[in-house]
Write a protein that binds this ligand. Structure first.
Ligand code: FES
Length: 129
């Protein structure tokens, strides 16, 4: 396999439900990673241009789901599944989605913008919501 132009490290860390810090996996990071991987493959970028990898905690949990883009050296934050088509388009064009790039203040929880709302937990099978 050739070295890709870019590597996306999608944090898929999961903390137990109810943990105040939350985690990227609780905000659909696993699904985001899968959608990026599928989209890159469909566009023919996966084997030569961009590889979507999973990562453990990148230490900016309040801005999750987060994706570290290397070797470019920036992070996307508060990514949703709805953002994936725009991210794929930008990766195909060699650009970035500026509205999702984390500014320096987002790397400190005290100065960061608000997190995405925590998703409602799904009821267990057979339980009423
Ligand atoms: S859980 Fe994703 S950055 Fe910490």
């Amino acid at each position: 396999m050739p070295q890709r132009q870019r590597y996306l490290f999608v944090c898929v860390n999961r903390r137990p439900d109810g943990t105040p810090k939350g985690s990227c996996a609780q905000r659909s990071a696993v699904e985001i990673h899968a959608a990026l991987k599928d989209g890159l493959k469909d566009r023919g970028l996966a084997k030569t241009e961009v590889r979507a990898c999973t990562s453990s905690c990148l230490d900016v949990c309040w801005a999750g789901p987060v994706i570290a883009v290397e070797p470019d050296g920036y992070f996307y934050g508060r990514v949703t599944l709805e953002d994936v088509p725009e991210l794929l388009e930008s990766l195909a064009n060699g650009t970035r989605v500026e509205r999702l790039v984390l500014p320096s203040n987002d790397f400190d929880e005290k100065t960061a913008a608000p997190p995405l709302p925590a998703p409602k937990s799904k009821p267990a099978e057979g339980q009423e919501p």
